[in-house]
Design a protein. Structure first.
Length: 288
């Protein structure tokens, strides 16, 4: 079991069940990243952990063959990621333990924002500027990256404010790209690469307010995409703040497609927020 102040990673092994589970203490939820075997036993184990740790939401990344079994046990589908499991789709099946966690005052407004985003013309061009240096992040950047995230986000769902945590990610399967202005990191984005299932989550997108009109995020995301494609990682996705017009526009224009919204998914910026799921599968010739 791996553990830090934010979450615990556990593996459940029974005669009829294997599951990879994250007890997300900070965001008051439990996430089942993958499982094989008995769905009924999984639900029993998850409900025990939910009560034990006083968690309010369960998310199961389910394969299509598991979808109906979870649906018939009271779970609902909020989003999906096509081709997540080496070509098989992943369905975000969720269950809530309290009405307050299930209800969102911003949902209709966010749907209006989404429609506005999707009405914008797509285009993956990024504005070049000699004022900024775009490069791959290294372990030497861990302190400056944690400083950036502290300035941009007062609350974040993972401990990116901690230099040691950022350093640990840079040593693993994380890929970071940064934008520098006069030697200072002013924007950054990362890719959390899942080697087993050949997918990557584009995440940790942050830009200082004074540099947000420079089109830096597009350049960083395109750099990450190019790097991932070289490694044959074709299933790319992100979970973006539903309230952030700019971030949703960036992914829409980069040919990502909206595949659902996770309600009260995590603590970010200031409070619990809904998150939009955007996906690009560059191994499929699909025109949206």
């Amino acid at each position: 079991m791996k553990e830090n102040g934010y979450y615990e990673e556990i593996e459940i092994k029974e005669d009829t069940l294997w599951a990879e589970v994250i007890i997300d203490l900070f965001n008051e939820r439990i996430r089942v990243e993958d499982y094989r075997g008995s769905t009924s036993l999984l639900i029993e184990k998850v409900q025990f952990l939910t009560r034990k740790h006083h968690l309010h939401k369960t998310i199961v990344k389910a394969r299509q063959a598991q979808f109906l079994s979870l649906l018939s046990n009271g779970y609902e589908c909020e989003a999906l990621i096509p081709s997540y499991f080496n070509g098989d789709d992943a369905f975000f099946m969720v269950r809530y333990e309290e009405d307050q966690r299930r209800y969102s005052e911003q949902y209709v407004k966010e749907s209006q924002t989404l429609r506005a985003v999707q009405s914008i013309e797509k285009g993956d061009e990024a504005v070049e500027s000699s004022l900024y240096n775009i490069r791959k992040g290294t372990n030497a950047d861990s302190e400056n990256l944690s400083k950036l995230y502290k300035e941009v986000f007062s609350v974040y769902p993972t401990p990116l404010h901690d230099r040691a945590y950022v350093s640990s990610l840079l040593k693993k399967d994380y890929l970071w790209y940064v934008a520098e202005y006069k030697g200072e990191i002013v924007s950054a984005a990362s890719a959390d690469v899942n080697i087993m299932y050949h997918n990557a989550e584009l995440t940790d997108c942050a830009t200082l307010p004074s540099h947000r009109k420079a089109g830096l995020m597009k350049r960083l995301l395109l750099s990450l995409e190019q790097e991932l494609t070289k490694s044959q990682i074709f299933c790319l996705y992100t979970i973006a703040r539903a309230q952030s017009f700019g971030m949703n526009v960036a992914f829409h224009q980069l040919q990502y497609r909206y595949y659902g919204r996770l309600v009260n998914n995590c603590y970010i910026y200031k409070t619990l927020e809904n998150m939009n799921v955007w996906v690009k599968n560059s191994d499929k010739e699909i025109v949206f």
